[in-house]
Write a protein that binds this ligand. Sequence first.
Ligand SMILES: Nc1ncnc2c1ncn2[C@@H]1O[C@H](COP(=O)(O)OP(=O)(O)OP(=O)(O)O)[C@@H](O)[C@H]1O
Ligand SMILES: [Mg+2]
Length: 267
Amino acid sequence: MKKVISFSSGKGGVGKTSLVANLGMLWANQGKKTLLVDGDWALGKLALTLGVKPQWAINDVLEGRISLGEAVQGVSEHLSLLASPSGILGFEELSELHRTQLFYEIDALQEDYDLVLIDHSSGLHGGVIQFAAAAHQHVVVTTAEPTSYMDAYAIMKILSKRFKVRNFQLIITMSQNLSETQKIIERFIDITQSHLDVKVKEIGHFLFEPKVAESLRQQKPLVSLYPEIVFSQKLSKVCQSLESSPIEKGSGLKFFYSDNLNLTPTR
Ligand SMILES: Nc1ncnc2c1ncn2[C@@H]1O[C@H](COP(=O)(O)OP(=O)(O)OP(=O)(O)O)[C@@H](O)[C@H]1O
Ligand SMILES: [Mg+2]
């Protein structure tokens, strides 16, 4: 089953990019063809996190010189990356037509992969929300700080009210104390579910782990450097949870196409 999974947070710096890089590496190591898409086209760090150099510019694709497939770079045997393009402002600054064209091209790309993971920029602007909504599964990443989970709530509110997204998977990062944080998160989930017409399932809870920063310095995913540590094993469980969660009916990138735009891939 092909899946497009989006990772968003609202608040920045909560660990989305390192999660996406590590989950992608784990799936690729299982032989699943996995594509990581850097959705932060202003300040994307997915390439840096994986130790590869971005090699394309958005105009090459929008003007038909290359296809989006040609902009994809190999990272390891089954892992590919559509890096943040060089020399471009944020995704939200593209015109509606260009955004739709890119959704179309990303959708065409997903045919070649078992999994597509989209690592979003922080913030709540329309481009991020629309891009986030165009996925089969919705992972929201937060810490247990109120400033972070209030932004996670805001993302879920907009996605549920504007795009009828009903199911969210929650990942908590950088906890100082798992049992204390667990109570905060359970209460947060209860409040969210009672105020919004959504189901929220916690699928991963991670302690603050200094090795995450070390793996960034080495530009290698933590699961490759330290496959045996608890953090890496918990990441494998997140993979399993996401694999067993169903795709939302009616979701996916095609959901956004407007028939009258009559778009075809540029090549
Ligand atoms: N569980 C963790 N323990 C310790 N540090 C972490 C953890 N997760 C992420 N970090 C650190 O937090 C910083 C931000 O991580 P990352 O870039 O993955 O976040 P992000 O949500 O993608 O940020 P942005 O919104 O800016 O894209 C990095 O320096 C990373 O090392
Ligand atoms: Mg990031």
